[in-house]
Design a binder for this molecule. Structure first.
Ligand code: SF4
Length: 186
């Protein structure tokens, strides 16, 4: 994985005081994206073991209540393995810290199973099914998901935690428990 930047004290990409990681690479290329320098999967910086340890140490401070993953696209194929490994480690080591994740995908697109419990198009190539499973596993390890591409025509500066009206701030664990979308905030 490559990453664009890390914020060690962030109050703007989620609730409370947090640490934020901006991963590198995004396939969506939304018009007027606020972070277009993160689009190139070969850009940014290499994510090394040392950087990962630094990131974990930043999280391991008592006043850090939240960890946010942004991009770039955290759920792009190139970033799935490392983001999955990170959210699992954060949940295991810091169960009280809230994980936020921003993605251009919508929640329903990440789900590998349709309502009737079948894989979406069981004719999907195994490679694609593997991607969907990892994406869904990441979502299952997250507390708050801000979903959907940024749509410039729906831009609204008064919105909390998101840039355009189509995006939703989803309470993932409640949504999974009730099997319907439950918003974390409007
Ligand atoms: S999904 Fe996010 S990072 Fe990617 S182009 Fe859209 S706004 Fe930019």
């Amino acid at each position: 994985m490559r990453y664009a930047s890390m914020r060690n004290l962030d109050i703007s990409n989620g609730e409370g005081v947090g640490v934020s990681l901006f991963v590198q690479g995004c396939p969506f290329h939304c018009k007027n994206c606020f972070n277009s320098e993160t689009w190139d999967f070969n850009g940014g910086k290499e994510w090394t073991e040392e950087i990962r340890e630094k990131f974990i140490k930043l999280i391991d401070r008592p006043y850090i209540k939240r960890v946010s993953f942004l991009g770039g696209e955290c759920l792009a194929e190139q970033n799935l393995d490392e983001v999955l490994s990170l959210v699992k480690e954060i949940n295991r080591r810091f169960p009280d810290k809230i994980i936020w994740l921003y993605t251009g995908y919508i929640f329903e697109q990440c789900r590998p199973f349709s309502e009737d419990g079948l894989l979406p198009g069981s004719n999907f190539a195994p490679h694609l099914q593997e991607i969907l499973k990892k994406r869904w596993e990441i979502v299952g390890n997250v507390d708050v998901l801000v979903d959907g591409e940024y749509i410039d025509e729906q831009k609204d500066l008064t919105l909390k935690f998101r840039g355009s009206k189509n995006q939703r701030v989803i309470d993932v664990q409640q949504s999974l428990a009730q099997d319907k979308i439950i918003l974390y905030c409007d």
